[in-house]
Ligand binder design. Structure first.
Ligand code: DC
Length: 209
């Protein structure tokens, strides 16, 4: 059973995916970490996203303990991840790892931008989770402040708008809901309400198999 969760930055997809995985006893993969790890490898090798061959080499190294590196959570790495994610060779290099993970029995939950459309188009359950830009910026600013990072709402909003644009307008695997995805708008929902709706949807999809 594959559960694909896609959506823009700070839509709540990570929290939701993790809870669904724990609830159903499925494996969980935050695929954003693969792009973040690519960015970190590239940075450490002294490369930039302008060098597609260096970015591809960085992506080929992904898949080990570096996925647990706390530096992957920084906003700088997030921005760099979004920049390397537009490179088709980077996306191809990360595909195999994601597909192998998705085959973990008895099931797997993957969250990202293109899981339902490209990585696992055959997924039995697909959720596209979203919220208004302002609400997502508010949540991200709070999350940063809770971590002790200084955050100015206007700056966070601007960064998020830029990231949305790049993730949605890129040619390869842009951010968009799969035709058969269940779209869940959490602008007016808290994490618990979103979880209950998503859980009921997954149960229905699982039982329909
Ligand atoms: O979800 P995140 O913020 O950790 O993702 C960081 C970047 O990685 C995001 O801006 C775009 C890219 N990404 C992607 O292109 N495809 C995915 N499946 C996951 C992330």
């Amino acid at each position: 059973m594959i559960v694909a969760i896609d959506g823009p930055a700070a839509s709540g997809k990570g929290t939701l995916a993790r809870r669904l995985a724990a609830h159903f006893g499925y494996a969980f993969l935050d695929t954003g970490l693969l792009y973040r790890a690519t960015a970190l490898h590239l940075l450490e090798a002294g490369g930039t996203p302008a060098d597609a061959a260096a970015a591809e080499r960085a992506a080929q190294r992904v898949g080990g303990a570096e996925l647990l590196d706390p530096r992957l959570r920084s906003e700088e790495i997030g921005r760099l991840a979004s920049a390397v994610a537009v490179i088709p060779a980077v996306r191809t290099a990360l595909l195999e790892f994601q597909r192998r993970f998705a085959a973990t029995p008895p099931g797997a939950v993957l969250d990202g931008r293109d899981i339902g459309t490209v990585v696992c188009p055959e997924a039995e359950a697909k959720i596209y989770i979203t919220a208004s830009l302002e609400e997502r910026a508010r949540r991200r600013a709070k999350e940063l402040r809770d971590r002790g990072v200084e955050a100015i709402y206007e700056r966070v909003l601007q960064d998020m708008q830029e990231r949305d644009r790049r993730d949605s307008e890129r040619r390869t695997a842009p951010l968009r809901p799969a035709d058969d995805a269940f779209v869940l708008d959490t602008t007016a929902l808290d994490a618990e309400a979103a979880f209950v709706i998503a859980r009921d949807y997954v149960v229905k999809r699982r039982d329909a198999r």
